[in-house]
Write a protein that binds this ligand. Structure first.
Ligand code: PAF
Length: 282
């Protein structure tokens, strides 16, 4: 192990001992929850974690309970050795890699449901997804007990759901969203981008271009209906199958007709077999 390799922790007592030793030494702790397949977006979260706390723990756990039966759980990319190497380069202090039996031992029976925020956007399209996310993130926060946890704004609905859970359940960690990292052509970084063929990859940036265009038109304060239907038409013509495209209040995620306060343009669309999501602030 080199000096910069993160501690690799796979059982809860070892994790607790490491965090408790840091705490005894007066250090602060940040958590970056991930499902692995780390890319520059995750590395930015780790860098931000190290800026905000003395220690950064990165969890790597492909959470089965947030995938639907026809989703990509089985083929989700898994490469712990590459993730550990990337974490070392980013300066992470520990990798928390629990197995399924640690996260969901025999008899596990608890699910966290968040109403309202999950009624629209990805919620109805991915039944059980946000409940799976809310439950696993609550467990990760309780296991690591960080001062702060960081999440990418690319999963904007997920971020709002997690903020709600932490506020509603009086949990201590601060939840911090970090702006989406993009390729030079605008495509939001995602572990799922590797599913795109070269030809699909060349069309993929249209999603961000359309969202940015809608956001700029929405800033004028007029109705967003026309820019949104033009955006759907542009994506459809480019071969996307749009699941939703909506301008929403940035906190409640309720759809808005005209923008009068902080808002977000959000969309989900299939390009071939790959489901892309993205959002931009208005
Ligand atoms: O965004 C993700 O990678 C996952 O949804 C998370 C937050 C790590 C929970 O499994």
């Amino acid at each position: 192990m080199t000096a910069s390799s993160p501690l690799h922790l796979s059982d809860l007592p070892a994790l607790r001992a490491a965090v408790s030793a840091w705490r005894t030494a007066g250090e602060t702790v940040a958590l970056v929850p991930t499902m692995g397949a780390l890319h520059e977006g995750h590395l930015t979260l780790i860098a931000e974690a190290k800026r905000l706390a003395s220690r950064a723990v990165v969890s790597l756990f492909v959470n089965p309970t947030q995938f639907g039966p026809t989703e990509d759980f089985a083929r989700y990319p898994r490469d712990v050795a590459a993730d550990l190497a990337a974490m070392a380069r980013a300066g992470a202090d520990a990798a928390w890699t629990p197995d399924v039996a640690t996260m969901y031992p025999l008899g596990f029976a608890t699910r966290i449901e968040v109403a309202g925020l999950t009624d629209g956007l990805c919620g109805p399209l991915r039944p059980g997804h946000f409940s799976g996310v809310a439950t696993v993130v609550t467990k990760l926060l309780n296991q690591v007990r960080p001062d702060i946890a960081l999440f990418g704004e690319k999963d904007f609905q997920q971020l709002q759901v997690i903020k709600r859970v932490v506020a509603d359940l009086d949990m201590a960690p601060e939840i911090r969203g970090v702006p989406t990292i993009r390729e030079a052509d605008g495509l939001a970084l995602s572990s799922r981008n590797r599913y795109l063929s070269a030809e699909e990859r060349s069309r993929a940036p249209t999603l961000h271009a359309v969202l940015a265009d809608i956001a700029s038109k929405a800033r004028d304060g007029g109705s967003v209906a026309e820019p949104v239907s033009e955006g759907i038409a542009t994506l459809t013509a480019a071969g996307f199958a749009v699941q939703y495209m909506s301008v929403c209040d940035a906190a409640s995620l309720a759809p808005v007709e005209c923008v009068t306060g902080p808002a977000r343009v959000l969309a989900a669309a299939y390009l071939g077999r790959t489901r892309l999501i993205d959002n931009v602030p208005v």
